[in-house]
Design a protein around this ligand. Structure first.
Ligand code: ADP
Length: 609
């Protein structure tokens, strides 16, 4: 049996073709009845039986027309296959009468009656072949009734010419079956081609629609992006020009300079948002899952937004939870920051609520951020996830954001393997919710906020830094030195290998992506890992720092789970990433003095941005 849609399409076409012939068949059968009765009229054998047979033939013909009318009037009443089977059953009734009636011819003394009746039957068989040959059920319920009794009765006469006639009829019977078989195959191929063509046309139309929508979205994106980028640049240009005004007082100059600084900051924020989004799109952002207490993350994010909420007179409620989850705390923090920032921005009165709902012991649960703000109309609930789309900021006032928060949140949630859900009623508020995975309390390596408070994880760590830019190397060395790390800065791969040869065993290797002599950071890290392996250090934390956005190699590194940080890297970001990587047991030997205490059951890092 074929795949369902094709078979259904074939059945639907069959129903159309089979029933289309029925009104013509109705008149043909009345004509056949008239001809047969005329042939037998002078000497009707077994008159009662003959009358019964031909009345039955007439009724079957009328029933066939009634079936046709039902199909026209209620085509959906039954499935196409049932219509085909009903038509086949009607065929059996309709063709049984004339087919079996040849027996009367052999009861008659007129020797030419069997011949005349046979001619009539062959004519009907040709008609069946033309109109019902496409379907096996309709064919086999008609042709044997029409031809087999005639063949058997002609053979039964044992005369030479009738035997020849029976053989010819048998040959005709076989030939008509073979032709009907290829007829059916042809019909199926034609229908299949039509269905394929229709599917192709539909898929092309759908692709065209997607392409048109993408092109529209791109146009909107560029219009909004260029506006939002140009606006602060334009302001900076004007303000910078006014600095040349010799008549301005020092106070006015100071004010202008501060305005310039504000606009630069706005531009910087916008660039960071766009770059963040581009990084998510390019697939180089990595996910590092840790087991941690959700309450720590809630406290951390909540404390950032509590002052803003309080300034607007809003209550920021964080539901207490003892849940341990297994997810990426950095990405979750970005998600929650965006959602809380929106909740505060779009709520004028009432409260904001952030909490966790358990979905079951094993599956984890959902984090929800609710507000009692302005809400989002149904018609806008899909579009707000498009880049630069804002519901009510037609003048694109930068103070009301840029419309990049929710697209970023949506992609982050998807990266973590979930789906962002939104419920919102205009005037009553909104609920954003997304799933998180259940964690294991026994696998918590360190509190989320421990490292930033005590800095213990970095203290005494040996870090090897590879960068061919002396200024950057110097900056990183001094930064890591302040965190209590023992740092060795080298300009390239040979110097790095030399440092290892001299006995410097790093807990982490930081490497710039683009090195001198056409070497990449990935190659340098490979060589360093190899050298360390030769000295018995199997695993070491490695971190690439790059300004590139989306190279194939970076994507491959992300897939291999090699963490990549994108420039500009803030000290806090570098620190948190290193701390987290050091928390991944097995990634490197533990910090001095802590080695024995660390739990070693954590999963390895997978992917980070
Ligand atoms: P931004 O907030 O910077 O404008 P977002 O992408 O975060 O950009 O949000 C897009 C739009 O969705 C916003 O302009 C706003 O109209 C709507 N929106 C987002 N969050 C909320 C919320 N909590 N309540 C009401 N509207 C919201």
């Amino acid at each position: 049996m074929r795949a369902d849609p094709i078979q259904r399409a074939i059945d639907e076409d069959l129903v159309r073709v089979l029933y289309a012939q029925d009104p013509i068949a109705f008149f043909t059968h009345w004509f056949s009845i008239a001809v047969l009765v005329a042939i037998y009229w002078n000497n009707i054998p077994h008159p009662h039986l003959f009358a019964a047979c031909f009345i039955f033939y007439g009724f079957a013909n009328c029933a066939s027309l009634a079936l046709w009318m039902c199909n026209r009037r209620w085509p959906e009443a039954v499935s196409p296959r049932t219509w085909i089977n009903l038509h086949a059953a009607r065929g059996a009734l309709l063709y049984a009468a004339p087919g079996l009636a040849i027996w009367f011819a052999f009861q008659s003394p007129h020797t030419d009656l069997p011949i005349l009746h046979t001619v009539m039957l062959v004519t009907l068989a040709a008609g069946v072949f033309m109109s019902n040959g496409f379907d096996v059920a309709n064919f086999v319920t008609a042709i044997p009734f029409l031809l087999l009794p005639a063949i058997v009765l002609h053979f039964g006469t044992h005369t030479f010419d009738r035997t020849i006639l029976a053989i010819v009829l048998a040959f005709f019977f076989c030939a008509i079956n073979v032709y009907a078989l290829s007829y059916r195959k042809l019909f199926q191929r034609v229908v299949q081609a039509r269905v394929d063509q229709q599917a192709l046309a539909e898929s092309l139309a759908a692709q065209k629609l997607v392409a048109e929508e993408a092109s529209l979205a791109k146009t909107r994106f560029f219009a909004a992006a260029s506006h939002d980028l140009r606006q602060p640049l334009h302001a900076i240009g004007l303000l910078a020009a006014s600095l040349n005004d010799s008549s301005a007082t020092p106070v006015q100059h100071a004010k202008t300079a501060s305005n310039i600084a504000n606009n630069v900051e706005a531009l910087n924020q916008l660039f960071n948002q766009v770059l963040d989004l581009a990084r998510l799109e390019s697939g180089v952002t990595q996910v590092i899952r840790l087991h941690f207490r959700l309450s720590e993350l809630f406290d951390r994010v909540g404390s950032q937004y509590w002052p803003q909420a309080a300034a607007k007179g809003l209550a920021l409620r964080i539901a207490p939870t003892d849940a341990v989850i297994h997810d990426d705390p950095v990405l979750l923090e970005r998600i929650l920051s965006n959602l809380l920032s929106n909740a505060v921005r779009y709520t004028e009165a009432g409260a904001i609520w952030m909490g966790y709902r358990r979905a079951g012991q094993r599956e984890g649960g959902y984090i929800e951020v609710r507000d009692s703000g302005i809400g989002i109309p149904k018609a806008e609930q899909e579009r707000i996830f498009e880049e630069f789309y804002q519901v009510a900021n037609p003048r694109r006032d930068a103070r009301q954001g840029h419309g990049l928060g929710l697209p970023t949140v949506k992609r982050l949630v998807e990266m973590l393997g979930g789906k962002l859900q939104l419920r919102s009623t205009p005037g009553r508020g909104s609920v954003f919710r997304f799933p998180v995975r259940a964690g294991d309390p026994l696998r918590i390596v360190a509190g989320l906020n421990d490292s930033t408070v005590s800095g213990a994880a970095a203290l005494g760590r040996h870090v090897l830094c590879i960068d061919d830019e002396p200024a950057i190397l110097e900056g990183i060395e001094s930064l890591l030195g302040r965190w209590g790390c023992v740092v060795r800065g080298v300009p390239d791969e040979p110097h790095a290998l030399q440092a290892i040869d001299e006995g410097f065993m790093p807990d982490a290797v930081l490497c710039d992506y683009q090195l001198a002599n056409h070497r990449t950071g990935a190659q340098a890290l490979g060589a360093v890992r190899e050298a360390l392996r030769g000295r018995g250090r199997e695993r070491v934390v490695t971190l690439l720092i790059t300004g590139d956005m989306a190279s194939v190699e970076l994507e491959a590194l992300a897939l291999q789970g090699i963490p990549v940080l994108h420039k500009p890297v803030t000290p806090a970001r570098l620190r948190r990433t290193l701390e987290m990587l050091w928390q991944q047991p097995g990634a490197v030997a533990d910090a001095p003095g802590e080695r024995a205490q660390r739990v070693t059951a954590q999963q390895p890092a997978t992917t980070r941005g």
